[in-house]
Design a protein around this ligand. Structure first.
Ligand code: PLP
Length: 383
């Protein structure tokens, strides 16, 4: 059975060009970029090239890029650097719909005595700018708001939010793990101080990420030891993966405009096909302002996990909007923050496409999905 992979917000396929570019660094070019000899030096050159390619995608300078191991490390590093470098400030602002890579360190900082404001969202997942303006004060060390939400695909007005933070003298971080490679990032046009990204969401491998740190922003390392990354992160560089991330960034830059149209058209075909074929369902999130590849659909009176199981039998990979918390299925924190009614939130499924998704795959899903929902509704305990 063929796999139809519609779970690209969980992770994405490594692009063939990325794999090809990485292979020599496992086989032949295994030097350490910190070594004095020519063998290591040529590898240091490849790391520098990867940094330039990524900086180009972000509209940043290469020396503003710090390579990390993943998006979670970038998120933790940004938050901790901001609070440790401004010990006089004790307030953090974030949102209720962030990824756990932001929420968990914020909760930890609360245990250390920091005050954290978690901004709420409306039923479509949008922030209220008045509530944000009220929360900002002279004690705010950092604001962290994601560029795009991993579950709904909602895009947040980062430029405006960053401007408001700067006016109050607060640093601004954005978790752009889901956005980089899918939407344009012109960092030098926005007062963003930190930005996190992760390779495996843009067709590079898992285990490589990066943090953009605006020139001039005070920085405190998270990992201490050797002098790699100009003393900002200890640990021998993951050369093959840095090379891979650089090539993935180059491909994203080249393909982005075309993908924004083509992937969005396929996503819309899928979404409209499902909305037309299945009764009692609705789209979660802000349809006018979301990633081109993401659709989150709530099917009334069915269990999301059961939908995933039946889809899996058809070779279709997707994600649900529920997570198993202490033995029971709870709608995700994002859908709860949006106040999605329980009998819809439970049956929410996220479908996320990529440049590798085909029209045939989309049509297959639209053909098979209604039968899955009908089958589950026939045996549903909720009526
Ligand atoms: N932030 C967001 C919005 C994400 O979607 C993810 C991963 O799903 C992460 C952070 C964590 O990234 P990583 O898996 O590279 O640690």
């Amino acid at each position: 059975m063929k796999t139809v992979y519609l779970d690209n917000n969980a992770t994405s396929q490594v692009a063939p060009e990325v794999l090809e570019a990485m292979l020599p660094y496992f086989r032949d070019l295994y030097g350490n970029p910190s070594s004095m000899h020519t063998f290591g030096g040529q590898v240091a050159q490849s790391v520098a090239e990867g940094r330039e390619q990524l900086a180009e995608l972000l509209g940043a300078s290469p020396d503003e890029i710090l390579f990390t191991s993943c998006g979670s490390e970038s998120d933790n590093t940004a938050l901790l650097s901001a609070v440790r470098s401004q010990p006089e400030k004790r307030h953090i602002i974030t949102t209720r719909v962030e990824h756990p890579a932001i929420l968990a360190p914020c909760q930890n900082l609360e245990r250390e005595g920091y005050r954290v404001t978690y901004l709420g969202v409306d039923s479509r997942g949008r922030l209220n700018l008045d509530e944000y303006a009220e929360a900002l004060d002279d004690d705010t060390a950092i604001v962290s708001v994601m560029t795009a939400n991993n579950e709904t695909g909602n895009i947040y007005p980062i430029a405006k939010l960053a401007e408001m933070a700067r006016e109050k003298g607060a640093l601004f971080h954005t978790d752009a793990v889901q956005a980089v490679g899918k939407v344009d990032m012109r960092l030098h046009d926005m007062p963003v101080d930190f930005l996190s990204l992760s390779g495996h969401k843009l067709h590079a491998p898992k285990g490589i990420g990066a943090l953009y740190i605006r020139k001039g922003v005070r920085f405190r390392p998270f990992l201490r030891g050797g002098h790699q990354e100009r003393g900002r992160r200890a640990g021998t560089e993951n050369v093959p993966y840095i090379v891979g991330l650089g090539v993935a960034a180059q491909l994203a830059r080249r393909n982005m405009q075309c993908e924004q149209v083509e992937v969005a058209a396929l996503r819309d075909r899928l979404e409209q096909g499902l909305l037309a074929a299945v009764p009692d369902c609705m789209v979660n999130g802000d349809v006018e302002n979301r990633l081109p590849n993401t659709s989150n659909i709530a099917f009334r009176n069915v269990e999301g996990e059961a939908i995933l199981l039946l889809l899996d039998r058809l070779g279709i990979c997707a994600s649900s909007g529920s997570a198993c918390t202490s033995g029971s299925l709870e709608p995700s924190h994002v859908l709860r923050a949006m106040g999605v009614p329980f009998n819809y939130a439970h049956g929410s499924v996220r479908l996320s496409l990529s440049r590798y998704t085909t029209r045939e795959e989309v049509d297959y899903v639209v053909r098979e999905f209604p039968g899955v929902i009908a089958q589950l509704r026939a045996i549903s305990p909720f009526k």
